[in-house]
Design a protein around this ligand. Structure first.
Ligand SMILES: NC(=O)c1ccc[n+]([C@@H]2O[C@H](COP(=O)([O-])OP(=O)(O)OC[C@H]3O[C@@H](n4cnc5c(N)ncnc54)[C@H](OP(=O)(O)O)[C@@H]3O)[C@@H](O)[C@H]2O)c1
Length: 342
């Protein structure tokens, strides 16, 4: 078999950033319908941190290679692949299977899309997970309509900044929480910034809107946070619970507590609903047409200069543990992206 030498990040046991190890590996030739890609850039996400540090029922067993998304150059194509050729730049999502933190990856061809000329690999990598999730949430979960008001928590983080930019393109009136200098980024992206460390966001939203916003998108989680988020909503408002960024500090117990709180908010007789987002681990895989069309559209918007994802840092893939430590420490604006040398 025509194997190629490569390196990848491997997690052998759950723990802190130090459990990410950089190891040599031989990568096989692509089989029927598959494409082999030399990775140029791969995204680091809050999800990668969550499953590295904590065990969740049904999630990847160790050892595993993290990484939900990647961009790179096609290196070999298997039989029956007609849409891709060697040398072409492509982007892909790994549907919760991980594997993106690798110099070379083999993926089904029908899960890849071409990256348009003019879009840098790091830019494309910053788009995949977060902008796909943000598109799904704005269009299908929260169903935000023109003229509605939106509060985005963690608005300068990877996912939050994607929500902010897509919300701005759609012309929504937005408010965003962040801390430190990230409030400047939030304001520059068209939202009213609220510093969650120095201001009470419930009071600020009440002051700014009188009756509250239509939609809150909460990537922070935790019972107190979610309850306070629900108090920012007007009657008929929607609370979307999308992430658990506070798990880094509070631990895995916030997951059941957050679910209980979401249930209480939904049952509370004030007309607020808690729509559940389709899982990004299964929805794109079951809706490959939606996935490819949406990702292609997002990359075309980047090529046209309409989307400019914020890059918090570019870190060599061999130093993935440093990238995880940076994201865990917080205070960043945008996405952390791993890069491979050519
Ligand atoms: N459901 C999905 O499909 C999906 C997809 C992607 C991500 N996620 C989830 O979304 C969460 C965030 O992921 P990410 O990649 O965007 O992580 P990230 O880049 O680390 O962003 C997290 C953001 O939350 C902010 N934050 C932390 N505590 C806060 C608080 N109390 N109030 C307001 N903001 C706060 C942080 O700001 P500071 O640094 O200033 O503290 C940071 O900007 C993770 O739990 C991830 O698993 C879910």
């Amino acid at each position: 078999m025509n194997q190629v030498p490569s390196h990848q990040v491997v997690v052998h046991r759950r723990g802190g950033p130090e459990v990410l190890s950089w190891e040599p590996v031989q990568v096989r030739s692509p089989g029927a319908g598959e494409v082999r890609v030399r990775v140029e850039a791969a995204g680091v996400s809050g999800f990668d941190l969550m499953i590295r540090g904590h065990w969740f029922f049904g999630f990847t067993k160790t050892p595993y290679t993290p990484g939900e998304d990647f961009v790179g150059i096609v290196d070999a194509v298997g039989p029956e692949v007609t849409k891709f050729s060697i040398g072409q730049r492509v982007a892909g999502w790994t549907f919760g299977q991980g594997g993106g933190y690798a110099e070379v990856i083999v993926r089904p061809g029908n899960t890849l899309v071409p990256v348009p000329d003019g879009v840098e690999p790091v830019t494309a990598a910053a788009i995949i997970t977060n902008y796909l999730t943000a598109s799904l949430v704005l269009d299908k979960t929260a169903k935000v309509r023109s003229g509605e008001r939106l509060l985005i928590h963690g608005a300068a983080g990877g996912l939050g900044s994607a929500l902010l930019q897509l919300g701005g393109l759609a012309g929504f009136e937005m408010f965003g929480t962040g801390s430190g200098n990230s409030t400047d980024f939030i304001a520059d992206n068209g939202a009213v910034p609220i510093n969650y460390r120095t201001e009470n966001f419930v009071h600020r939203i009440r002051d700014l809107t009188d009756d509250g916003v239509d939609v809150v998108i909460d990537v922070v989680g935790g019972p107190r946070q979610l309850w306070r988020s629900s108090r920012c909503l007007q009657r008929g408002g929607r609370l979307v619970m999308l992430g658990m960024a506070s798990i880094y500090k509070s631990g895995v117990a916030i997951i059941p507590l957050s679910l209980l709180t979401a249930g209480a908010v939904a049952l509370w007789p004030n007309g607020v609903s808690v729509p559940m987002s389709p899982s990004m681990l299964s929805f794109p895989a079951k809706n490959l047409g939606w996935y490819r069309d949406t990702l292609t559209g997002l990359l075309e918007k980047a090529a046209a200069g309409q989307l400019k994802p914020a890059i918090a840092a570019e870190v060599p893939m061999s130093e993935a543990s440093r990238a995880h430590a940076m994201l865990e420490a917080g205070g960043l604006v945008g996405k952390v992206v791993l890069t491979c040398s050519k």
